[in-house]
Write a protein that binds this ligand. Sequence first.
Ligand SMILES: [Zn+2]
Length: 199
Amino acid sequence: MPTILSHPAVPLALGLGLGSHIVSRPLLLAGVVASVLPDLDVLAFRFGIAYSHAAGHRGISHSLAFALLLGFFALLFARHLNASRRTAFAFVFVATASHGLLDMLTNGGMGVALLWPLSEERFFFPFQVVEASPLSVRRVFGPRGAAVFLSELLWVWLPAAAVFVAAVLVRRRMRSNPSIEGTSTSKLRSLAAAPHVKR
Ligand SMILES: [Zn+2]
């Protein structure tokens, strides 16, 4: 895995870039949690579950199906997350799915069971540019940790910064072009405020 500190880069870049008007703070927090949640599967080692098992590390919790599941959870609690159901679903799905996809860029461990339950095959991207993070916390702070941190800076945080800038530009465009955002709502409001208008 990239270190647990780097997985939130994706929801943070998207959420902060799009702004709290689209991605509320509670939804942003849910996205950050969803982006690190899949690595709770390291607990499987404690229960003697093999790495290669579907329930092992980088198994079920790293699949797109798991991301869909968390997305649906977010959809159910959209009102509490102060977001539309569509936004809550999409944001948490992307945040969770990004975890497995980032792991597929790492150069260590086993691949990711991205397509579980359709397949238990483990996948990597053809370009494994991110240094795999040691699973032991003590080693994260050693010299190996420094190499991991540098590669994550280059391959995770730098692209995340680009996503942030792109999201800011999208938000500005939406603001300056009302035909993209809120037109139907504003039309409805004007119709409601003018009852004499023929409908
Ligand atoms: Zn992981």
